[in-house]
Write a protein that binds this ligand. Structure first.
Ligand code: OXT
Ligand code: ADP
Ligand code: MG
Length: 576
């Protein structure tokens, strides 16, 4: 046989990347094309992948990250080199901070030119820059290593504590040819990418003994509990134990917020009063005042309140990061919760009624107070009267996904709008970052097919607003409601020092964000009353047409930084 007759079929880097992703069930790509990945996006589409092309990489990255949170599979963002890569990096870092599994795949310039700093097109040592901002970072130089590179990226993103992973693919890799059969054989289908981690029996016993000893126990559910998709067992744990529970923002809906054991409306009562707190996928970071200080009944911000903590977390080093954890339970939430359930047996004693009645009393008082405020109909609308409408719409459409960002627009929505199902509330998360809105909304619609309602502060919306074109282009069932108060926190602030410029905190008054949606063929509505808002939201849900409602809010209704005013340095200094 001559060499010619043996000529084998060839494949290349482009196709190996595509096949490796598809082999691992990854079919949605969030990205932005350009050198050197333009053809990759075309070929991905040709090969049956869904490529969602954005207007800015940060939004594509946020979309990938939240797709990871929603599905438990890594969301993939694809960017061009240097500037595109950097635009995607904020989302990668945010994914890592929030424990969302995501892979940022970026094209890059040629190693030999970058390393000698000879000024290549979009030259940058991307791998080195990404490393401190993600769980793991890899570069693939040879086509035969693509399978390993993608397998390592997937495993790193979803195993243990989930997070962001960077995968660097230099331009030259894509065109590299190799024997097709050898190429196929080099790909890896990752087996058991997020292995269960079973907690040790003695740790389970320690946790149960502590929980049993409690007079005023509390369960705190975090977004790790939502991510873990152990919804049925978590519900059983809460109900079987009879313990009041408090959901963190993105854990709302694991059990319906209307559940009788939900203590959201008694938050500032239960935290300092509880004696034993079971943390399920929630960190004692700033959102929980680091487990100490007045929030927990401590004397001042340096002192804990004397609670004992049980912490379920997949990361063994999370325990003791802020205060002592008396019973760490290391493992995946599904396995830990089912081990607790098994250990509780059939005769678990519910908490003393003095405790559950006290919680119920405080809760009912706050719920009644809230109902009174929600019933008011001021003109102009305020956060309460407009969000009362959103509350009804979500109640009627519990499968809809709620995306939420802003300061007042965030905090009021969290406390006013009840959630009924898990992983339906997606928001600014651990960093309180603005700019997640449209990326999250796009991915939520793409991944779930459900209607998406994005409640956006007018400032928050500005960070990703251009993606309304993306929403229209893909005809996604997204209804954006801009809580338009003409500014950051408030719209009524005046300039200082006799300046002719506006205050740094205000925007153009009476802006018509609805026109922005109309520019791309979507539905734009101006709403100045709750009735107008309700009609527009109902139409949007029914029609599934991209819709933007400019909800005009009293520009003086908000407070500085919403509920976290005390974190501003001037307020913090005053308190000392
Ligand atoms: O118990 P009490 O009495 O205390 O009452 C509580 C509950 O019991 C009660 N409650 C209820 N009552 C009755 N019924 C029910 N169902 C119920 N549920 C609750 O309500 C209260 C409050 O409850 P909550 O919310 O649970 O409790 P609390 O004490 O607030 O919880 C504490 C926290 C810390 C857990 C919570 O506050 C929280 O999760 N906060 C998150 C805050 C956050 O992340 N904020 C976003 C960042 S702010 C700032 O940084 C902004 N920036 C700067 C910037 C950022 N972030 N990013 C980037 C990239 N660049 C710049 C900017 C630019 S915000 C912002 C824009 C702001 O302007 P916008 O126009 O967008 O928005 P507007 O403000 O609307 O103008
Ligand atoms: P929240 O902001 O809602 O309080 P955090 O992001 O602070 O939540 O905490 C989430 C925690 O959940 C992280 O410490 C993370 O390690 C943990 N976690 C995520 N997924 C799992 C899982 N499957 N099993 C156990 N712990 C998990
Ligand atoms: Mg605003």
């Amino acid at each position: 046989m001559t060499n010619d007759s043996q000529a084998s079929e060839l494949t290349d880097g482009f196709h190996l990347v595509i096949e490796a992703l598809k082999l691992n069930g990854i079919t949605n790509i969030y990205g932005l094309p350009g050198i050197p990945v333009t053809d990759l996006t075309r070929m991905m589409q040709e090969e049956g992948m869904r490529v969602i092309s954005f207007r800015h990489e940060q939004n594509a990255g946020n979309a990938a990250a939240i797709a990871g949170f929603m599905t438990g599979k890594p969301g993939v963002c694809l960017t061009v080199s240097a500037p595109g890569f950097l635009n995607g990096l904020t989302a990668l870092a945010n994914a890592t901070t929030n424990c969302f599994p995501m892979i940022l795949i970026s094209g890059s310039s040629e190693r030999e030119i970058v390393d000698l700093q000879q000024g290549d097109y979009e030259e940058m040592d991307q791998l080195a820059i990404a490393k401190p901002l993600c769980k793991a970072a890899f570069r693939v130089l040879n086509a035969e290593d693509i399978g390993v590179g993608i397998a390592r990226a997937i495993r790193s993103a979803v195993s243990g504590r989930p997070g962001g992973v960077y995968l660097d693919l230099p331009a030259k890799l894509f065109g590299q040819a190799m024997d097709a059969a050898a190429g196929k054989a080099s790909l890896i289908k990752v087996v058991d990418p997020a292995p269960r981690q079973i907690p040790a029996p003695d740790a389970v016993k320690r946790a149960l003994d502590l929980l049993k000893s409690a007079k005023k126990p509390l369960i705190l559910l975090g977004k790790g509990a939502a991510y873990a998709q152990a919804d049925a067992d978590i519900k059983t744990l809460v109900e079987k134990s009879g313990i009041p529970y408090l959901p963190m923002s993105m854990a709302k809906g694991i059990l319906p917020d209307t559940h009788e054991q939900c203590a959201s409306a008694a938050r500032s009562f239960v935290l300092p009063e509880a004696d034993v707190v079971l943390l399920v996928g929630a960190r004692l970071n700033w959102l929980l005042s680091h487990g100490k200080g007045k929030t927990w009944g401590g004397k001042d911000h340096k002192n804990p309140g004397g609670q004992k903590f049980i912490q379920i977390d997949i990361s063994p080093t999370e325990a003791d990061s802020n205060v002592a954890i008396d019973a760490p339970l290391v493992g995946d939430i599904g396995s830990c919760v089912s081990a607790l359930l098994a250990g509780m047996g059939s005769s678990w004693a519910k908490p003393p009624t003095e405790w559950t009645s006290a919680v119920a009393e405080r809760k009912n008082k706050n719920v009644a107070k809230m109902a009174e405020t929600l019933a008011k109909d001021p003109s102009p609308m305020n956060y309460h009267s407009s969000l009362n409408v959103v509350r009804d719409i979500i109640k009627a459409n519990p499968d809809a996904i709620l995306v939420n960002e802003g300061a007042n627009a965030l905090d009021f929505t969290r406390s006013i709008v009840d959630m009924y199902k898990p992983r339906k509330r997606l928001d600014v998360g651990t960093w309180g970052v603005m700019g997640i809105g449209m990326g999250f909304a796009v991915a939520a619609a793409v991944e779930s097919g459900q209607p998406v309602i994005a409640i956006e502060g007018d400032s928050a919306f500005g960070f990703s607003g251009m993606e309304v074109e993306t929403i229209c282009r893909y005809n996604l069932p997204v209804c954006i409601v801009i809580m338009n108060n003409n500014g950051v926190y408030r719209g009524d602030e005046l300039a200082r020092g006799g300046s002719k410029d506006p205050s740094p905190l205000v925007f153009v008054k009476g802006a018509r964000y609805d026109k922005l949606m109309e520019a791309f063929g979507g539905v734009g509505v101006q709403a100045t009353t709750p009735a107008e808002l309700r009609r527009a939201m109902e139409d949007a849900i029914k029609s599934r047409k991209p819709t933007l409602i400019n909800a005009v809010i009293d520009e003086g209704a908000g407070t500085e930084s919403g509920r976290i005013t005390s974190l501003n340095p001037t307020s913090a200094a005053k308190k000392k």
